[in-house]
Design a protein around this ligand. Structure first.
Ligand SMILES: *Cc1c(COP(=O)(O)O)cnc(C)c1O
Length: 370
């Protein structure tokens, strides 16, 4: 692939990370199953590098606009970031977000490793007021599962201007819909497990960044921390990223339609989807996001037990956790112990896939009736 072509993102994710074009070269990167390399050489051992990783790292780098490191999971990549923070760092972070991240932040706080300033990440004034004196801002946006949208173009530069490090969990949007690095963030993180891989068949994480010094610290952290992905999983994710744009296009179209219909359903009391014109964060999201993603959250009027029954009653939609795959999934978030007290007990997170929207709606309608 030639970088001089100034390709659009939807072309880059198809073209990036392929072998050099020469006579009879393979079109796809090979799955490189090896734990070690012939000496002497720059890589040396399979915990330091792998040809298949390089191909997917190149593709995610093209997507996020930086240089990328893959990890064995999204959580491994988040742990790698927080492990770089000096003892007693002050972190500003959302008061609700992905349960694994919330667990990690609360653990850092309980063990006196770090001080955490929990904020309403969508409340720009509250975020700005929490920044002075802090070391690091960790933003998840849109948030999991509340679908709150942070004002990234305001809070990222404000944090950078007073010297904070900034990391963004870009899992719900991916570089396809928003570009944290271009807005000034130091790190854009993805749970590759979700939209990038897109088929609910592997667990993986990534960190993308511009700064070479940060890249070498995180490279060392991955090598010595050991949280590396397997070559086969990386190859599957590479196959997945090729179709990210078309999958998202269809899933977002489905999501908007389902969000609209859910909003006027009598068994549903609240719907959050940034793509809904009536959503409190719609205008903000529309001002800097290229799309609104494919995750919806809604509350069941009749309460938590009814919400459980709804999730168990679907036939096309699978009752399961996770998101970002081609198949539609839903679950009541509070079936997990770690879910935030700021999230309603009746909230269902719906990850919309690429099935026929009428089939999805009739499944939802009949489950809501059950
Ligand atoms: C799933 C998820 C993670 C964790 O990623 P894993 O690949 O499951 O470790 C982090 N952040 C968000 C927003 C997620 O949805």
């Amino acid at each position: 692939m030639s970088n001089e072509q100034n390709l659009h993102l939807d072309s880059l994710i198809v073209a990036a990370g392929r072998p050099n074009r020469q006579s009879d070269a393979a079109v796809n990167a090979p799955v490189s199953f090896t734990s070690t390399y012939v000496a002497p050489g720059a890589v040396g051992y399979g915990r330091s590098g792998n040809e298949t990783w390089s191909a997917l790292e190149e593709a995610i780098s093209a997507l996020e606009g930086g240089k990328t490191l893959l990890f064995s999971s999204g959580m491994a990549s988040i742990n790698a970031v927080f492990s770089l923070l000096p003892h007693r760092s002050i972190i500003v972070a959302s008061r609700n977000g992905y349960t694994g991240t919330m667990y990690l932040l609360k653990k850092l706080e309980a063990e006196n490793q770090c001080e955490i300033r929990f904020v309403d990440i969508a409340n720009t004034q509250e975020v700005l007021a929490a920044l002075p004196g802090a070391n690091f801002l960790w933003i998840e946006s849109p948030t999991n599962p509340a679908l709150e949208v942070a004002d990234l173009p305001t809070i990222i530069p404000a944090a950078k201007a007073i010297g904070l490090g900034v990391g963004v969990d870009n899992t719900f949007a991916t570089g396809m819909l928003q570009q944290p690095l271009a807005m000034g963030a130091d790190i854009s993180m993805n749970s590759v497990t979700k939209f990038i891989a897109g088929h609910s068949d592997l667990i993986m994480g990534s960190l993308s960044m511009h700064d070479d010094a940060l890249l070498s610290r995180l490279t060392m952290q991955r090598k010595q921390g050991g949280a590396i992905p397997g070559a086969m999983e990386v190859w599957l994710a590479l196959r997945g990223i090729r179709t990210l744009d078309v999958r998202l296009e269809r899933a977002q179209k489905n999501a908007l339609e389902l969000a609209k219909r859910l909003s006027s359903h009598p068994a549903v009391s609240a719907v959050r989807y940034p793509g809904l014109p009536t959503d409190p964060h719609h205008e903000r999201a529309a001002s800097f996001m290229k799309g609104f993603g494919a995750v919806i959250s809604f509350e069941v009027t009749a309460g938590p037990e009814a919400a459980e029954r709804v999730c168990a009653a679907s036939r096309l939609i699978t009752h399961a956790t996770s998101l970002g795959g081609v198949e539609t999934l839903w679950e009541r978030r509070h079936r997990w112990e770690g879910e935030s007290e700021h999230i309603s007990k009746s909230l269902i997170r719906l990850s919309v896939g690429i099935e026929n929207v009428e089939d999805l709606w009739s499944d939802i309608e009949s489950a809501l009736g059950a």
